[in-house]
Design a protein around this ligand. Sequence first.
Ligand SMILES: [Zn+2]
Length: 340
Amino acid sequence: MTLVLDKFRTLLPSKLKTSPSGWISFNAPCCQHRGHAHDTRKRGGIIITDSIVYNCFNCKYSTGWKPGSPISGKFKSLCQWLGANDDDIKQLIFEAMKTESAEYQPETFVEKPTFTEKPLPEGALPLVEWLDAKLTADEEQKLVDVVEYVVARGHDPISKHFYWSPEPGYIDRVIVPFRYEGKIVGNTARKVREGKPKYLSDQHPFFVFNVDEQTEEHRYVLVVEGPFDALSIGGVALLTNEISDQQARIINNIGKEVIVIPDQDKAGTVLIDQANALGWSIAFPTWDDGVKDCADAVQKYGKLFVVVDAIKTATSNPAKIEIEKRKMLNKIALMENQND
Ligand SMILES: [Zn+2]
């Protein structure tokens, strides 16, 4: 550990929230110095690993420090806003300088996840490329079923997200490639009719779907469970209802305010607890009873409503989350009784 990190830790306020993955949130000290209102919603976030990353989700101030670099002007300002005096700053600059020397050996590395490429199922091509292909009558019908399924779920069948293969086992499935940094690193193939298994997947553990599509202009990262939910609102998918440390890091590294939109079922409430522990915001959508996930909701209300509703109902206040979660559990129990 470098002394820069130790020194910096002493500057952090005592009132802060730390998540299991190491995300620390507290009232951002930057905003009032930058012409914004004082933050009272713990919108300042820091991750300290072998380096420091700071993001303010209120006024968007971001800065950091990593071993081997000097203290930047922006980072110095952050330290001063956190209460560092001239001596503190001098010490930080001096300790940072030590890490620039050739002898300096950092003790820990936090590796950026790498996902190796994985081939798609045999014969898989984007739906649009099949339009002029020579197919048998049966294959043709299966392809029509797949295209109809994609359209019925409100997606654009000619987008790069949907593939098909006439190979046995895949002929009645739509294949969704998992991309990461431009490469295909897995896929899931969903049956377009009743039948099991619903999904055939080839994926790396702790993968996050659709990170590549999170562009600069997005203000939030919307986190959902399933890939079709993610595509319907331009969010990312956990592909499960549990958040691993690696997934939390990948999502935090996108550098936006995180809003989790849980499925409206019991598994969704597990996700709520984990997201709460990470200090993320959770949306409690105002969808009608029986609308279970984002894909359903977008079908019924349209994408704009679903996204705005998620942003409006999102909260990171633990007491509020607990109350909303109870309401959700009551509603789920009620619906289960009605179905019996
Ligand atoms: Zn700020």
